[in-house]
Design a protein around this ligand. Structure first.
Ligand SMILES: Cc1cc2nc3c(=O)[nH]c(=O)nc-3n(C[C@H](O)[C@H](O)[C@H](O)COP(=O)(O)OP(=O)(O)OC[C@H]3O[C@@H](n4cnc5c(N)ncnc54)[C@H](O)[C@@H]3O)c2cc1C
Length: 196
């Protein structure tokens, strides 16, 4: 029996709607809401029917998740330890890349960075502790060697408070070294060895 033109129009509209949802879900990797939850506020433009499970099995949210790179699959809330390791990596790498003869601005910048870190570090107890340690040990950033040794010392103060092993600061260059960039292109401006 031939369909009523209005039914045909709704069916076509539903197909288009489902196709858009499927494309969007693919792009932003969010699970499509189940059809039973469809209402005017849902993602479905309010035109779903009970048979509208338009995602073939291979495109289900679970299998999309398994297509993510390993790192992203394991992504979840960041722990205090993850944050600490990432921040120390940043700081010691900054220390390794810091110029041998920093400009006045560069010296001001690292002091300001440490002060900001002690206020804004997103772990309150760590920030408060670091603020105290910083007050007792003002930034020393007259040269690359001085700054990287100062960072090593600061890290050891934190290590000690957490009952972690003390790192031998004469090994800091071996541990962190310069960034692996061709022709030292990652060096901060002002490094006398690279910039004239
Ligand atoms: C500013 C700051 C304040 C923090 N305060 C706190 C706090 O109050 N409480 C808390 O629970 N956590 C704090 N943390 C986190 C803590 O320091 C560690 O990062 C976290 O516990 C993970 O420790 P980890 O053993 O994996 O190695 P991390 O201490 O993160 O060290 C990473 C790597 O750095 C190297 N390393 C270790 N010591 C030194 C050093 N002295 N110099 C150079 N390299 C070194 C080692 O190879 C080590 O594997 C703080 C982190 C930062 C950045």
């Amino acid at each position: 029996m031939s369909e009523n033109p209005l039914q045909l129009l709704f069916k076509t509209y539903e197909k288009v709607s489902n196709s858009i949802q499927s494309q969007l879900a693919h792009f932003i990797s969010v699970p499509k809401p189940p059809s039973s939850h469809n209402d005017d506020h849902s993602f479905s433009l309010g035109l779903s029917s009970s048979s509208s499970n338009n995602l073939p099995p291979s495109k289900s949210p679970t299998s999309q998740h398994s297509e993510l790179p390993k790192q992203e699959k394991n992504a979840g809330p960041v722990t205090k330890e993850d944050l600490g390791r990432a921040t120390w990596t940043f700081l010691h790498t900054l220390g390794a890349q810091y110029p041998d003869k920093p400009t006045r601005q560069q010296k001001r910048d690292v002091k300001e960075l440490m002060a900001i870190l002690s206020r804004m570090y997103p772990c309150k107890e760590c920030a408060d502790h670091f603020k105290e340690v910083l007050r007792a040990n003002p930034v020393q950033a007259g040269s690359q060697a001085e700054f990287s040794q100062w960072l090593c010392y600061m890290h050891n103060v934190v290590n000690r408070s957490l009952n972690k092993p003390i790192f031998p600061c004469d090994r800091v260059d071996a541990r962190w070294g310069k960034l692996d960039c061709e022709q030292r292109a990652c060096d901060l401006q002002g490094t006398d060895k690279f910039w004239p």
